[in-house]
Design a protein around this ligand. Sequence first.
Ligand SMILES: N[C@@H](CCC(=O)N[C@@H](CS)C(=O)NCC(=O)O)C(=O)O
Length: 214
Amino acid sequence: MAEYELYCFAQSGNAYRAALMLNFIGADWKPLFVDFFGAGTQRTPAYRTDVNEMGEVPVLVHGAKKLSQSGVILTYLAEQTKKFLPRTDDERLEALRWIIFDNQKVNGFLGPYRFLKNFSRPAGDPAVMAFLKGRIDGNLAILDERLGKAPFMLGDTPTIADLSLCAYLYYPADEFGFDINAEHKNIAAWLGRIKSLPGWAHPYDLMPGHPLQR
Ligand SMILES: N[C@@H](CCC(=O)N[C@@H](CS)C(=O)NCC(=O)O)C(=O)O
């Protein structure tokens, strides 16, 4: 049995954060496929009782621990391994600040936008899509400006803040209908830097369920 197990599926940027971290730290891990789009496993009573009462993916299993919320999972793995760990108390708070901004404002809007564009039936209402797109543009501009100041979110070294924020940005541009790399030069360079770290893999290669069968 692998040391770590991760409930995940290929299309989940939230799960990709944890999968990428596991790969980067060289963990002995294996994915546990959640049939999100077909059976809707994450919404079943059994999943809520046995895996995650919040009805969400990802969930990390490590011994007797079951952890959900990608920000918590990233923090746990960083503390366990001392890798991608912010170094000081101030840096820890700064990383948390960006992880929350990411969950709510960056991937918090990109995730639903991509879901409504590609996976939801019926597809998203145009007014909803326009609202989300406006928020996405504003928040990606904030991220781009920050990344103009240093190679990584907290300076010269990548931390869990970077792994959180990058998660949805490696999915294909046609799934968004706009090209984040072309529109945001600092984000593009930063994604290239993370991609060159040993252990990087594309979400569709790292987690099961791609291509989507329906
Ligand atoms: N803030 C959470 C978000 C997790 C999340 O929303 N995951 C999606 C899959 S990408 C989910 O499980 N949604 C439940 C549902 O739609 O039934 C995290 O970062 O882990």
